[in-house]
Design a binder for this molecule. Structure first.
Ligand code: AMP
Length: 216
C-alpha cells in the first residue's frame, strides 16, 4: 500500500505516518526529515539548503523528485510507503505520477488532513521532540509526565526545529496555500483524494484514516 498524507505544516502528517508505519508495516518517507539529516553535514551546499528551510521557503522541485525517486528504490520501501511532505507543488505531483508509472507502482490513497490555520501556528510553535528517541511533545497539548524527562526513554534533552518560529510558520503556511493546495484539485480529478478532520484527537484521526484504507 502506497499513500500520500497531504496537509499544511503542523497538520499531524508525521504523527499519523508514524502510527501507520507500525500498524501496516509501511515506511514513512518524510522529505523534511531527509533534508534535516542531509544538512547536518555543514558543507556549503547543506548550508544553502538549511537557509532555505529556515526561511520557510521550498527546495527546488528537481532535487526533491530525485531524492524521493532514489529513496523509493531502496528495498525497505517494497512493502509500501507513506509520503509525508511530498509532493508539495503541482510539478512534484506530476513527476511523482510519471515516476510511479515507470516503477510500476500504484498510489492507493491521497489523504488530506484538514486543519484551521490558527490552530496550526499554536501547534507548531509549541512542539518539541526528545533528542534521543524522537518522541514528540507540546508545551500545552502534550507535556512530559515529569518535567524535563522523556516519557518513553527517560532522556533529558529535547529539540525544537529551527523553522518552528511564528514568523517562519506564517511563511510556510502561505507557501502551503499558494504552492501546495493546488495539488488538491489535481488528485480530485484523478479520483484518489480523501479527507480527514485533522482537528480531531490523534487516535480519532488515525481511525478516520483506517476507515479510508479499509472501508467497512
Ligand atoms: P517539513 O518537515 O515537511 O515541514 O519540511 C521542512 C522544510 O523542508 C520545508 O519548509 C522545505 O523548505 C523543505 N521541504 C520538505 N519537503 C519539501 C518538498 N517536497 N519540496 C520542497 N521543499 C521541501
Amino acid at each position: 500500500m502506497n499513500l500520500i498524507l497531504l496537509g499544511p505544516p503542523g497538520a499531524g502528517k508525521g504523527t499519523q505516518a508514524k502510527r501507520l508505519e507500525s500498524r501496516y508495516g509501511l515506511v514513512q518517507l518524510s522529505t523534511g526529515d531527509m533534508l534535516r539529516a542531509l544538512v547536518t553535514k555543514g558543507d556549503t551546499l547543506s548550508q544553502e539548503a538549511k537557509s532555505i528551510m529556515d526561511s520557510g521557503k521550498l527546495m527546488p522541485d528537481a532535487l526533491m523528485v530525485r531524492m524521493i525517486s532514489d529513496r523509493i528504490d531502496e528495498p525497505d520501501c517494497a512493502g509500501g510507503f507513506i509520503l509525508d511532505g511530498f509532493p508539495r507543488t503541482v510539478p512534484q505531483a506530476q513527476a511523482l505520477d510519471d515516476m510511479l508509472d515507470l516503477k510500476k507502482l500504484k498510489l492507493h490513497a491521497v489523504i488530506e488532513m484538514k486543519v484551521e490555520d490558527d490552530a496550526l501556528v499554536e501547534r507548531i510553535v509549541g512542539r518539541f521532540t526528545c533528542a534521543k528517541c524522537g518522541e514528540g511533545y507540546h508545551d500545552r497539548f502534550k507535556r512530559t509526565a515529569v518535567d524535563g524527562v522523556c516519557d518513553v526513554c527517560g532522556h533529558t534533552e529535547f529539540k525544537r526545529r529551527a523553522d518552528d518560529t511564528e514568523t517562519t510558520v506564517r511563511t510556510r503556511l502561505e507557501n502551503y496555500h499558494k504552492q501546495t493546495a493546488p495539488i488538491l484539485p489535481y488528485y480530485e480529478q484523478h479520483g484518489t483524494l480523501r479527507q480527514v478532520n485533522g482537528m480531531a484527537a490523534i487516535e480519532e484521526v488515525t481511525q478516520q484514516i483506517e476507515a479510508i484504507l479499509h472501508p467497512a
